[in-house]
Every structure is written in structure tokens, then in C-alpha cells.
Design a protein around this ligand. Structure first.
Ligand SMILES: NC(=O)c1ccc[n+]([C@@H]2O[C@H](COP(=O)([O-])OP(=O)(O)OC[C@H]3O[C@@H](n4cnc5c(N)ncnc54)[C@H](OP(=O)(O)O)[C@@H]3O)[C@@H](O)[C@H]2O)c1
Length: 280
């Protein structure tokens, strides 16, 4: 049985899902098919990944009912502003071969996010989206947005892993009844992740891998996770984390790995903003 987390509007999201960033359009259908076979029931894609069609094809061919798979997508910033975001939601629905998306996020806190968010709210009220939220909104942007919209964001998907644990940012999300969803739960392997001695030592105690320990640590913190792998055996490994529990001491020891800093982007750096604005 997959664990679920209840969003502020009562919708239940599986706590573990499968992410398809950097999965090519050609490979996406095969990967999502393998992930569904492995038991994943939540898929995280985005307009900017250019692979929503592959997700749609895999789900359509899976034999699963639409309501057995939780679909997450994100509006890219080149589609921000009310009119463009509204049209892009319909395009995502079409590519995903569905008449509703379970959770739609604004991908980045740049450009006309208020206009884009109004389009999310409207599609939510119309039943095209079962839940709405944001991604990469750090406390400054999250607090600002939540105070100035009608339907508060239900999820915030931010970089979260053992080296950047988002302890402070999560406090703001908790205050706003907004669930934290981790991107890069395996730190994409950066910073020596897969050979980390502490994680390996804890894993040896439980008969689990470094990846499994780090993912389990996120689960026990109440974080929603979407590890990505193109390999079926790793997909299964990353899902096989419900049969052991980290002790309070182990949780505390892993907490010491936090650097409080991104391994990828500083969302408050103007050069990063420019880089994202050029991304199509
Ligand atoms: N909202 C955003 O801005 C944002 C940004 C980044 C990511 N995301 C979402 O978050 C998802 C996950 O993040 P991510 O893809 O960046 O990184 P990740 O899940 O932290 O790491 C993926 C990397 O780890 C490898 N890997 C996976 N499982 C492994 C295992 N058990 N043992 C060894 N290596 C393993 C994968 O290689 P192989 O594929 O070769 O197996 C891949 O190179 C994305 O797919 C996407 O859906 C969102």
C-alpha cells in the first residue's frame, strides 16, 4: 500500500512518485511504463521537460484507470501571464491525454506569476486541476503569493535532500498548510551522495542502500518525494523503502549533513533569473 499525504483541500497524493526531468521525449514512454509496472502511482512531469506526451501515452496504455495514477505537471515561465497560462494548461491536458491533472504547479517564481496563478485558480475551480501549487518558491515569494491569491498553494516543490534540507523554508510552508515536495531527493548524485559514509553505514545496519536511506529520511520528515531513474532496477530500489524505519538517533545524525545551501541554483541570484528566462 502506497502511503499518501492529505493536501489542504482534502486531496490525497501518494508520498512517493516518479520524476521525469532529463528523461528524453523518446525514452519517456518506456520509463513511465516501467515505473508504473514497478508500482509508482504518481508521475511528475512539466511543460519544460518536453515529455508530457510520453507520460500520457504510458498512462493510456498501462491498463490502469485514470484515477489510479496521480499526475503532476508544471507551467513553464514562457507560458506565464493569465492568457498564455490558461492556453498552456489546456495543451498539457491534451498532451497528457486527460481531462484533469491532479496537481499543477507554477514551475518558477519569475515573470508574471500572478497572472499565471489566476489561470491555475480558474482551472482548479473548473475541475481541470484537482490541486494547485508552486515550485522553487522560497519563503519570500511563497509568503507574498499566498497572501495575495484566493486559493493558497497546496504544494511547494523545492530542492530538498540530505545536503539541503529546507528546515527554515518548511516552517513557512507548514504555517501556510502547504506540503513540501522534494525535487532532487538523491541530490542528482552530487556532493558524493551515493558514497556518503554516514548514509552507507546506516544503510548497512538496515540492509538498505544509500539511496534508500536518504529517501526514507525524507519520508519520515513528511516530505513528498519523486526520485528519477531510467533503470527499472533502481526504480524498484527507490520504491522499496516502506519496510524499515530510521531511529530517532539516525534521523538526527542525517540532519547534521545539512549545508543549508543549494547544490544547483541560487534563486536569489540575478544571473540565475536570466538563465531561467532564456530557457524554453
Ligand atoms: N521543480 C523543479 O524545478 C525540478 C528540478 C529538478 C527536478 N525536478 C523533479 O524531481 C525529480 C527528481 O529529481 P532529479 O531527477 O533532478 O534528481 P534525483 O532523483 O535526485 O537523481 C536522479 C539521478 O540519480 C540516479 N539514480 C536514481 N536512483 C538511483 C539509485 N538507486 N542508485 C544510483 N543512482 C540512482 C539517476 O540515474 P539513472 O537515471 O541513470 O538511473 C539520476 O542520475 C525530477 O525527475 C523532476 O521530476 C523538479
Amino acid at each position: 500500500m502506497m502511503e499518501t499525504i492529505k493536501l489542504s483541500n482534502g486531496v490525497e497524493i501518494p508520498q512517493i512518485g516518479y520524476g521525469v526531468y532529463q528523461v528524453t521525449p523518446e525514452e519517456c514512454e518506456r520509463c513511465v511504463t516501467d515505473a508504473l509496472k514497478a508500482g509508482y502511482r504518481m508521475i511528475d512531469t512539466a511543460q519544460a521537460y518536453h515529455n508530457e506526451e510520453g507520460v500520457g501515452r504510458a498512462v493510456a496504455k498501462s491498463g490502469l484507470k485514470r484515477n489510479e495514477v496521480f499526475l503532476v505537471s508544471k507551467v513553464w515561465i514562457s507560458n506565464y501571464g493569465y492568457e498564455k497560462a490558461k492556453a498552456s494548461i489546456d495543451e498539457s491536458l491534451c498532451k497528457l491525454q486527460t481531462d484533469y491533472i491532479d496537481l499543477m504547479l507554477l514551475h518558477q517564481p519569475f515573470c508574471d506569476r500572478y497572472g499565471a496563478y489566476r489561470a491555475l485558480e480558474e482551472a482548479y475551480q473548473a475541475g481541470k486541476l484537482r490541486a494547485i501549487g508552486v515550485s522553487n518558491f522560497y519563503p519570500d515569494h511563497l509568503v507574498d503569493l499566498a497572501a495575495n491569491v484566493e486559493v493558497k498553494p497546496m504544494v511547494n516543490q523545492v530542492e530538498t535532500h540530505v545536503f539541503d534540507q529546507q528546515i527554515e523554508a518548511k516552517k513557512y510552508m507548514d504555517e501556510l498548510d502547504c506540503r513540501i515536495m522534494s525535487w532532487g531527493p538523491l541530490a542528482e548524485g552530487r556532493n558524493g551522495f551515493f558514497t556518503n559514509l554516514l548514509l552507507a553505514e546506516i544503510g548497512a545496519r538496515h540492509g538498505k542502500s544509500v539511496a534508500q536511506v536518504a529517501l526514507r529520511w525524507l519520508l519520515q520528515r513528511g516530505v513528498i518525494i519523486i526520485p528519477k531513474s531510467t533503470h527499472a532496477e533502481r526504480m524498484a530500489e527507490n520504491l522499496n523503502i516502506l519496510d524499515f524505519e530510521l531511529t530517532a538517533d539516525e534521523m538526527q545524525n542525517i540532519a547534521t549533513l545539512d549545508t543549508g545551501k543549494s547544490l544547483f541554483f541560487d534563486h536569489h541570484d540575478g544571473e540565475v533569473t536570466k538563465m531561467f528566462m532564456g530557457w524554453r
